[in-house]
Write a protein that binds this ligand. Structure first.
Ligand code: 5GP
Ligand code: MN
Length: 351
């Protein structure tokens, strides 16, 4: 039995929208990750199983190829590729689900169309501080993933039976990727109750792990080696580490979307490193990923210095200047918001 986390009136409202609605669109954040895709496709398969045949998943841009095995990805409409078609879908829909993001900025060029659309908007998300652009805001930051929330939401509507194997595979993928394969943010016992239900639905969890984590290219692994050997800087007295990659370096290793996913976590395997930042020079801007362990709020670091946000232990941001400037901002930030000033980090080593 799962605790009733989602408020009853939200469940009832959204249930009514689903029953009455005809055209549905599910939208998720830019550069969709496993949870963005998993929650969106999980809900997509559920709605199909419920009998809704006019459901579209729209994403702002491309997603990494190692998620292409997920059932339903072939039906996803990528806004960057089909801008007019996806905007038309949004404008025509009765119900718009906004999954795994908390503010319009996170869906990039889709933002104005979504905000202006007439359809009933429902946010299902686990990022703190949701902004006010949806009619129903199902925001639960204590949840490890939006995919977990989607599972709970369907169950609370009394429709567990309508979660098919395809939906279960997508939901599991989101739960797995947002917890680093259940290595952080994953101590809640009910996570494992849900996993056992998903296994009953027929998923092969070991296969899903391999499909997501063990399908990289040779050049990606070499880029990882290069990043660790040549590009990682460690600041032991600040319990922090930094990896940067320039466009030129990315090109040298024939980088494709998704290749640097997870790099930000690598320095956290060093004893006494509690804060890790990865700065990547993209074509139009600098992408910053931040991770921490323990009580250091990397989302505060992201919002103060990199126009970003996210969770306490996993956040990100964007920076619109040179890579060198971004590094300077990081170094200055580290002096101000020094992890060594956090009691827990100062006093407790990891082992
Ligand atoms: P990642 O480093 O994997 O891109 O992002 C980790 C988390 O940080 C995401 O789940 C999201 O919550 C948050 N995040 C990433 N980029 C941004 C950003 O540009 N703005 C905000 N507000 N949050 C971000
Ligand atoms: Mn998520």
């Amino acid at each position: 039995m799962l605790t009733k986390i989602i408020r009853e009136e939200e469940i009832q409202k959204v249930k009514k929208y689903i029953e009455k609605g005809d055209k549905f669109v599910i939208i998720t954040h830019i550069t969709p990750d496993g949870d963005a895709l998993g929650s969106s496709l999980g809900l997509y398969h559920f709605l199909n199983e419920f009998g809704k045949d006019n459901v579209s998943v729209v994403v702002p841009n491309h997603f990494p190829s190692f998620y292409k095995w997920m059932p339903g990805t072939e039906d996803i409409v990528i806004h960057e590729r089909y801008p007019d078609f996806s905007e038309q879908l949004i404008r025509a829909s009765d119900v718009i689900f906004c999954l795994d993001f908390n503010e319009p900025k996170r869906i990039d060029k889709l933002a104005s169309t979504v905000v202006a659309a007439d359809g009933r908007k429902i946010m299902i998300d686990h990022h703190p501080a949701p902004s006010d652009f949806c009619r129903v805001v199902m925001s639960y930051p204590e949840m490890s993933s939006t995919s977990e929330l989607v599972f709970r939401f369907i169950c609370r509507m009394g429709m567990y039976e309508l979660i098919n194997k395809k939906a279960a595979e997508c939901i599991y993928t989101g739960m797995m990727t947002d917890t680093g394969s259940f290595t952080y943010n994953s101590n809640h016992p009910e996570i494992y109750t849900i996993i056992s239900e998903l296994i009953r639905k027929g998923i092969d969890k070991d296969l899903i792990y391999r499909r997501v984590n063990q399908v990289y290219s040779e050049s990606r692994l070499r880029l990882m080696g290069f990043s660790l050997y040549e590009k990682m800087r460690v600041f032991p007295e600040k319990h922090s580490a930094l990896i940067t990659l320039s466009q030129e370096e990315l090109r040298r290793f024939r980088h494709v979307t998704g290749d640097t996913e997870g790099f930000v976590n690598l320095p956290l395997s060093i004893n006494n490193i509690h804060f890790s930042v990865f700065i990547r020079e993209d074509k139009d801007y600098i992408k910053v990923s931040l991770r921490s362990v323990g009580n250091f709020p990397c989302n505060e670091f992201a919002s103060r210095y990199f126009n970003g946000g996210g969770h306490k232990n996993a956040s990100g941001g964007e920076y619109f200047a040179s890579l060198e400037d971004a590094v300077k901002v990081f170094e200055e930030g580290l002096n101000e918001l020094n992890p060594n000033n956090f009691e827990e980090i100062k006093n407790i080593s990891k082992i």
